[in-house]
Design a protein around this ligand. Structure first.
Ligand code: ADP
Ligand code: MG
Length: 255
């Protein structure tokens, strides 16, 4: 299937955008005490700039682990992850934090809003971390809340909002920094179908505005809203090469 060409970004090959995400046999092993769980066992995946990809798979298949790695919240145990051509494995913690803050917007199933802050303050937070001044922060947060249809709820705290409204605040927080990449982990998992529809509409809007969107879900109807679906099973891309995977797992170091 042809990948969408994003205006203003020059495709390396005509009709194909340069990959923004390149995973090469990525392995993630969690070690707790004497136990080791291989959550990802050699995932190779390439996602072009401006693509909208759904990652599907049953519970425990490694979806959230993959999102943590894509979002630079965690680093692979083996294999390589290049984000916009840069090897994440060689970046310092400060550089990773900067990438997370400036280039990536996150949306989580549990919303992850700070309960003591108003909607506006929650949306301002990533800008505060980025050192944006108070007046500009406020202005941009109000604009982002307007875009998700919450202009009349900016002074409400999360506990005073419905689940669907809280998730829209979280989406406003994800888009306020104008990130290139939006990662959403089961963003509709805790919502009724009407609110889920609103959230998916917003994801589609972010994609049409030229962003790369990766949406994690175990719901086929939700996945169908994306342009492409990648299936995970037992820490592997379901149609990926098994040989490459076993090689990668054997090569796991002690990182
Ligand atoms: P999914 O999101 O698809 O449900 P996860 O990525 O959360 O899957 O989990 C993949 C596997 O890794 C599961 O077996 C899970 O128990 C394990 N796992 C996830 N996070 C951790 C962790 N922090 N420590 C140990 N094991 C973990
Ligand atoms: Mg998960």
């Amino acid at each position: 299937m042809a990948e969408p060409v994003v205006p203003g970004r020059e495709p390396a090959v005509p009709g194909r955008t340069a990959p923004v995400i390149e995973l090469d046999r990525v392995v993630k092993v969690y070690r707790t005490g004497t136990f080791a769980v291989a959550a990802l066992r050699g995932v190779s995946l390439s996602i072009g700039a401006g693509e909208y990809v759904a990652v599907m798979g049953p519970s425990g298949s490694g979806k959230s682990t993959l999102m943590h790695i894509l979002g630079c919240l965690d680093v692979p145990t083996g294999g390589a992850y290049r984000l916009a051509g840069e090897d994440v494995g060689t970046m310092s913690e400060a550089a990773l934090a900067s990438v997370r803050n400036r280039r990536i917007g996150f949306v989580f199933q549990q919303f992850n809003l700070l309960p003591s802050l108003t909607a506006c303050r929650n949306v301002e937070l990533p800008l505060a971390y980025a050192g944006v001044g108070r007046a500009e922060r406020r202005e941009r947060a109000l604009a982002a809340l307007g875009r998700v249809g919450l202009a009349d709820r900016v002074q409400h705290r999360p506990g005073e909002l419905s689940g669907g409204q809280q998730q829209r605040v979280a989406i406003a927080r994800a888009l306020v920094t104008d990130p290139d990449l939006v990662l959403a982990d089961e963003p509709t998992g805790n919502l009724d179908s009407a609110s889920a529809g609103d959230v998916l509409d917003l994801m589609g809007e972010l994609h049409r505005a030229g962003r790369t969107v990766v949406l994690i879900t175990h719901d086929a109807d939700v996945a169908a809203t994306a342009g492409r679906t990648v299936r995970l099973r037992d820490g592997l891309v379901a149609d990926g090469g098994l040989e490459a995977a076993s090689e990668a797992v054997e090569g796991v170091g002690s990182r």
